[in-house]
Design a binder for this molecule. Structure first.
Ligand code: PMP
Length: 423
């Protein structure tokens, strides 16, 4: 697009978030003109079936009529008051009813902000500094969490981010995902110094890496024993794998839950919550300070409320499951027919295809992928009118509005792209 050179003149790398850049796959990033349902059209007039869905929020596709109406109506009544509204209570009540660990919830403006606040809360409650996270998990770009992080850092090959105070980074311990023995060992030694263990209950930012059976239960057990808090970062999984998130799906209840993406219906929102006892530490009840001018923004709350109601209708998750299973079966059949090494992972409507022969369990196994092959495959798909995340290390997202026909088209496009990538 002609816009890219212009964008590069005034924005770092021409983008406002590095995951949008095409550094890992070559070529210019897409500049979008408009989108509807499962389709996006770029400024050059190319149309794509979209499996990024704004990186997860658009579980009902782009510009869903009911969400658009809610936002438009609210805009006429005012876009921000910096004072409380009933819409905030309504959405909080819905979240509390749906998510097992949450009795009280605070709205913020992004996933990063939710996680950053949750960490401060855990440190404030326990009076401890250390946190434990897993290699390849991404929890937003707060200082404590950009250590061995997934998502854009893996795609761009950034092992360590400059600019983070070393005394802070030292407080972040990291271990391989899905390895409970290592977690137990570490907690034996340092458990009493650890404020919180934070985890994506389903790894989503190194591609989709489901937890092994018993992994999340064990995390709950070791943190309880050590008096550390368990934080589930459900920014990606919340309202996606079930209305109650991954915690509902797996039956494991964390102390604090972070959310984002879907809860804003495509507008900027994050949230964190927990028991009343935990959340009472937050200001103005407690002294752990956290604030936000636009937090609980009425446009975002209006969109979130409608999104929630749509998700609460019968059959939504069953249909997402069916569509996603159908797509992944088709993609799998392709690689089998063509004799290509690939692994598939999926939980509900989040899925990945990894170009490796190794079983995917953690960041090390994810890193065995053939990223050159992915690059050719991605560009082949784009040629065929299918848009997936421009990185091997990101999840794919199915929406409730993708049709059977579009899924068949995608499987066909994938076969062509694989054939071309194989050369
Ligand atoms: N946590 C997880 C699990 C995420 O997937 C993301 C974003 N992809 C974040 C935190 C950060 O959210 P945001 O980009 O809204 O700051």
């Amino acid at each position: 697009s002609l816009l890219f050179p212009r964008a590069k003149k005034v924005m770092p790398g021409g983008v406002n978030s590095p995951v949008r850049a095409f550094n890992a796959v070559g070529g210019d990033p897409l500049f979008i003109k408009q989108a509807k349902g499962s389709r996006m059209i770029d400024v050059d007039g190319n149309e794509f079936i979209d499996y990024v869905g704004s990186w997860g929020p658009l579980i009902f596709g782009h510009a869903h009529p009911e969400i658009v109406t809610a936002i438009t109506r609210q805009a006429e009544l005012g876009t921000s008051y910096g004072a409380s509204t009933e819409l905030e209570i309504q959405l909080a009540e819905k979240v509390v009813a749906a998510v097992p660990s949450i009795e009280v919830v605070r709205m913020v403006n992004s996933g990063t902000e939710a996680v950053m606040s949750a960490l401060r809360l855990a440190r404030g409650i326990t009076g401890r500094d250390k946190i434990l996270k897993f290699e390849g998990c991404y929890h937003g770009h707060a200082d404590s969490l950009l250590v061995k992080a997934g998502s854009g850092l893996v795609s761009l090959g950034i092992p360590e981010c400059p600019g983070i105070v070393s005394s802070l980074a030292e407080k972040t311990l990291t271990l391989p995902f899905n390895n409970i023995d290592r977690v137990r060992e570490l907690f034996e030694k340092e458990g009493k110094e650890i404020a919180a263990l934070i985890v994506e209950p389903i790894g989503g930012n190194m591609g989709v890496v489901p937890p092994k059976p018993g992994f999340l239960e064990a995390l709950s057990e070791v943190t309880k024993k050590a008096g550390a808090l368990l934080i589930f970062d459900e920014v990606m999984t919340g309202f996606r794998v079930s209305l109650g998130g991954a915690q509902k799906l797996f039956g494991v209840t964390p102390d604090i839950t972070c959310m984002g993406k879907i809860i804003g219906g495509g507008l900027p929102v994050g949230a964190y919550g927990g028991s009343r006892q935990v959340m009472d530490y937050i200001s103005p009840m407690g002294s752990v300070y956290q604030a936000g001018t636009l937090s609980g923004n009425p446009l975002a709350m209006a969109a979130g409320n409608v999104m929630f109601d749509l998700l609460s209708k019968d059959g939504v998750y069953e249909s997402l499951e069916e569509k996603s299973a159908k797509l992944c079966q088709g993609l799998k059949q392709n690689v089998e027919d063509l004799g290509i090494d690939a692994q598939f992972t999926r939980v509900g409507s989040m899925f990945s295809m990894f170009f490796t022969s190794k079983e995917i369990v953690d960041f090390e196994t994810v890193k065995t992928c053939d990223t050159d092959f992915f690059k050719r495959y991605f560009n082949g798909l784009l040629e065929e009118g299918v848009y997936i995340a421009p990185s091997q290390f990101e999840a794919g997202f199915m929406s409730a509005v993708h049709t059977d026909e579009e899924i068949n088209l995608t499987i066909e496009a994938s076969r062509k792209a694989l054939t071309a990538a194989r050369g």
